[in-house]
Each structure stands twice: as structure tokens, then as C-alpha cells.
Design a protein around this ligand. Sequence first.
Ligand code: PTJ
Length: 271
Amino acid sequence: MTDSSSTHTETQMQDSEKKDEPETDIPSDHPRYQSLITRHRIEEGVDAGITSPQGLIAEGRGEAFDYLLGEKTTSSADDAARAAAALLLNADHPVISVNGNVAALVPEAIVELAEVVDADIEVNLFNRTEKRMTAIANHLHDHGAQTVKGLKADGQIPGLDHERGTVDADGIGAADVVLVPLEDGDRAAALDSVGKREIVIDLNPLSRSALAATVPIIDNILRAVPNITAHASDLRQADSAVLTTVIEKFDANEARKHAEQEIRRGELTSA
Ligand code: PTJ
């Protein structure tokens, strides 16, 4: 699941992507095939009213970090994915938060992870509109989700203005652990301040979201979500003491530092 066993993760990623693969004219032997497919998915998400136009900018930013990371899951990101799996399995009420980029990029992988760790799925948007909330919930249902929260909007995270703080009271409002991929820094900080333990997936190790996280996973969401699921399947039968040890052994500061070093070192090959 790490650099040394990345084939497993890559195979999973390729399999999950094939199922979702959009219609494109991009030749599969193009050296930047993966990146071009990802861009295309975000573009399709915008066209379908799922992804916000700002999601295009976020994707470009993430892509630049991923390029510098060598577009692979580092050993520290793999440790983080294992700690995330343990945290989700050990939680009383885990929730996976889905925004417009997440819905466009990994809808099936999110549904699969939620099943394995028995988490709620909640749509939670930075640029919230009822139209986009409904479109994303429908999209997740189309990809196998049974229940999608977020539409009741009867809860509020303190410290944020109304729209950005709106959640379901029995979803994120009641969660003890929240997976927030590609989250805005302000909202990550607000969730942290009300005592939620956060797992953040973000390619930028210096982002405020990554800094607020109990478990920051500095990896592309395309690789990170199937990797958490693989670790969760592996840890599923483990008792609470084993899960607690996995969580306690993980060092968030070390993980962020390692990712930053990898990015700064940036041993690039042309692509
Ligand atoms: O759908 P909405 O309205 O909730 O809006 C979602 C976005 C992502 C547009 C919104 O939350 C936003 O503007 O986020 P930021 O502040 O641009 O932060 C997004 C972070 O995700 C950045 O640090 C990027 O580096 C990172 N990122 C982008 N693509 C990926 C990624 N991290 C992991 N995997 C990616 N594919």
C-alpha cells in the first residue's frame, strides 16, 4: 500500500477508475493519461452541476502538489491511511463529508469505504446551493449509496456563517470522527474547535485543513480513499485496543513534515 507495495493501490485505483471512466478521446497510452482523465472528471462534474467552478482551481492546485510528490502514495501517507482506517473503525459515529470535487472524482470509492467502516455519508458544501446539494446526493445514490445526509440542514457548526456551517444534526452534527477530503481551512478549524476528530485528505501539507487534522493524509484522493478502504478491510476484525495502538502510534506532525520534505526534494522525472 506504500511506495514499496504501490502496485496493490495502483491496481485498485485503476479498477475503480475503469468503472467510472468518462467518455473521452484521451489515448490511454498518453504519458499524462491519469491527470487528463482526472481533469476531465472535474470538468464533467461542473457541466453536471455537481462541482463548483472553483473546484477546477482546487484541482489544478492539487495536481501541482501531486506532481512534486511523484504522483505516488508515500510511506507516511500510507501510515496515515492506516491510522484513518483505525480511527473510523473505532469511532462511535463516523461521517464521510462529500463536496463537489469528491463527488466528481471518487463517488464509488466513497460508497465502498462508508460500507466497510459503517459510516454515514453527508454532502457538505463550501459553496452551498440546494440545487448542487440535490445533484450530488442523486449522483451518490446512482453510485450505490443507500442513505445520503446533508439535505435536512437542521444543525450548525458554531463559528462559521450560516451557509458554510450548515450540517445535519444527526450527521456531522453528531459525529465524533469526520473524514473531510479537500476541505476549506476555516471549516476544518471550526470542526476541530467543536471537538470532532478529523481525517483530512489534502495534497498540500501546509494547508490549514491539514494542520487542523488529527490524521492528515497528504495524498491524492484518487489513491487515498481506496487505500483507507484496503486498510479498513485488513483491520476490520481487530479489537479496540489494537485500533487504539495504530491511532496512537501515528504522528501527524511527522507525517506533514515528511510530505513537505518529499515535495521540496522533488526528484522529478519529465512527464
Ligand atoms: O464543492 P464545494 O463547494 O464544497 O467546494 C469544494 C472546493 C474544493 C472548491 C473548496 O473546498 C475549496 O475551494 O477548497 P480549497 O481551499 O481550494 O482547498 C482544496 C485543497 O484540496 C487544496 O489544498 C488542494 O491542494 C487540495 N486538492 C485538490 N485536488 C486534490 C486535493 N487533495 C487531494 N486530492 C486531490 N485530487
